[in-house]
Design a protein around this ligand. Structure first.
Ligand code: 5FX
Length: 534
């Protein structure tokens, strides 16, 4: 359907690892415009691979902060050249890769306030950073700082209970602690520390903008239930940190208005509102419209991810993360990430089926739910959930004995069932109780795999073919924040999404098969524990 030129538009930006994207929607949720800038291809002078620089230690991963600045100007200029009507945009929100940090030096606030529309942002902000290379989520160089945090906060479980996750290397508090320890002068020079999300919104507002409670939870610094900075968590990170972080706000908050720079340069309305930006995973939750507790998304991609809304989180030192919910200021979201996803299923397809998906699906068809008691853990990549670093295949027969091989087709069923039993176990451990599952990613198109997913969880599975859930979710959140502001009250996200088309149901659970999996789960737990123990 055509977009009505009189209708207001809502803009969602997504500053991800490899690109900056924009999606504009109208109030009826129709997409009006899409644009993107690829960091490697479109900003070659920053010389990144996949948007990042790898340090020589094999652990440090950064991105040049100024590249994200340059990308914003380039993206907006492209939209202008394409005839995008910036004057219709009434609200902007955004998504940022989680955990990445931006260190702004003393005086940068004034620089932001005085942006000169005749000059590009990368020139204006060239001197604004006390740390030129932003640590990002792929960094794993802060093992020492993580150990110090858990020690100071009373252990891994106490850290998870307080902040929603045990100390993780990529989480921003540990990155900040490393900057303080290794570059004390740079830390001293720092006036403000932003997340990628709050940095992009700060550039748009021309002032420092608050971090939202969903992305803020990815720092190991926020009290997950109070949704404010935790003093003990700040204290074990770096001195005078609170004043460098600003406040935490609910994700639907209007955090400012667009700076005149963008009014003059691109024709945005001076009244255009900036809604707090959030992390990419929280924005994906919004993009997939998971508004009710029990609405779960499972992304079956290169690596598998499970996330969803919940009201009763159970933070765990062993698995997953609890974040604030980006569309419900009282709610939470939980997320469990796996390294072994499609590549591992493909490995089994190639070695234990005939190398085709038809062969894989035929193997599923000729083996029964529960695999006659055979259970397998297929660790092709070092796994994070649960932590099993050594690659290998672990097979157990129906009597619980470790075996070297399975019979016809059983490896195929075992890899799929093992992955979904693991999700049921570890998701359940942090409070995820799926009532309906939205499957996304490449393998969600495979009906045989999706059937097993539905049976393992005993829940219906729907599919969504939304390529850019984070940028779309950011646009939905722009609309949501704007509607709350217009109403001068919180408007449920489900009201804002009421007219969205329903997702396609692709499987209903076979409850007899579900019972088989429920009976099998204790054995899966036992075998997984044995594999972890080596
Ligand atoms: C989540 O905790 C992650 O580290 C990643 O999914 C990043 O958000 C990717 F941008």
């Amino acid at each position: 359907m055509m977009n009505d030129p009189a209708q207001p538009l809502f803009l969602g930006l997504d500053s991800s690892t490899q690109s900056l994207k924009a999606v504009a929607i109208d109030a009826d949720l129709r997409i009006a415009h899409e644009e993107s800038v690829n960091f490697d291809a479109d900003l070659p002078d920053f010389d990144t691979q996949g948007g990042v620089h790898h340090g020589s230690d094999g652990l440090t991963v950064t991105s040049p902060t100024l590249m994200w600045v340059a990308a914003l100007d380039q993206l907006l200029a492209r939209m202008q050249s394409a005839g995008f009507e910036f004057s219709r945009v009434v609200a902007i929100s955004g998504s940022g890769q989680q955990h990445g940090s931006v260190f702004l030096r003393r005086g940068a606030r004034q620089t932001l306030a005085r942006l000169d529309p005749d000059k590009p942002l990368r020139v204006l902000l060239a001197e604004a950073f006390s740390v030129a290379d932003s640590p990002i989520w792929m960094d794993s160089s802060t093992g020492t700082q993580c150990a110090q945090r858990e020690e100071a906060l009373g252990g891994a479980q106490a850290t998870a209970d307080l902040t929603g996750s045990r100390a993780y290397e990529r989480f921003t508090g540990n990155q900040i602690a490393k900057v303080y320890e290794t570059q004390p002068a740079a830390y001293e020079e720092t006036e403000r520390i932003c997340l990628v999300s709050s940095f992009i919104s700060s550039m748009l507002a021309g002032d420092y903008v608050s971090i939202d409670a969903a992305d803020g939870a990815g720092m190991n610094l926020m009290d997950i239930r109070g949704r404010t900075w935790s003093q003990p968590a700040l204290d074990c990170t770096a001195p005078d940190l609170r004043s460098r972080l600003g406040a935490v706000v609910a994700s639907h908050t209007v955090v400012g208005a667009i700076h005149p720079y963008y009014v003059n340069r691109y024709g945005l309305l001076p009244t255009c509102k900036i809604i707090a930006f959030s992390g990419d995973n929280p924005c994906s939750l919004a993009g997939l419209r998971l508004q009710h507790s029990g609405d779960i998304a499972i992304s079956l991609g290169t690596s598998d991810t499970m996330f969803g809304s919940l009201t009763d989180p159970q933070p765990s030192a062993s698995e997953g993360h609890i974040f604030g919910n980006p569309v419900d200021p009282e709610g939470y979201m939980a997320m469990v990430c796996y390294k072994n996803g499609s590549l591992t299923r493909e490995h089994v397809r190639d070695h234990f089926a005939d190398g085709t998906w038809d062969g894989f699906n035929n193997a599923l068809a000729r083996t029964p739910p529960g695999n006659n008691g055979a259970i397998g853990l297929y660790i092709k990549e070092p796994e994070i959930t649960p932590p099993i670093l050594k690659p290998g295949i672990h097979r157990f027969d129906s009597s619980g004995s470790a075996v070297d091989a399975f019979g016809d087709g059983a490896d195929v069923r075992a890899v799929v069932e093992g992955q979904f039993l693991s999700m049921r176990l570890h998701g359940g451990n942090i409070g995820i109780q799926p009532e309906s599952i939205l499957a996304t990613g490449g393998a969600s198109a495979n009906e045989a795999i999706v059937r097993v997913l539905s049976d393992v969880f005993g829940a219906p599975v729907y599919t969504a073919e939304i390529p850019d859930t984070a940028s779309l979710g950011a646009a939905y959140r722009a609309l949501h924040g704007w509607r709350c502001q217009q109403a001068a009250a919180f408007v449920p996200f489900s009201d804002v999404m009421a007219d969205a088309p329903a997702f396609r149901k692709c499987a209903d659970a076979d409850m007899a098969a579900h019972e088989v999996y429920t009976a099998l789960l204790p054995r899966y737990v036992e075998h997984e524990a044995a594999v972890i123990a080596g």
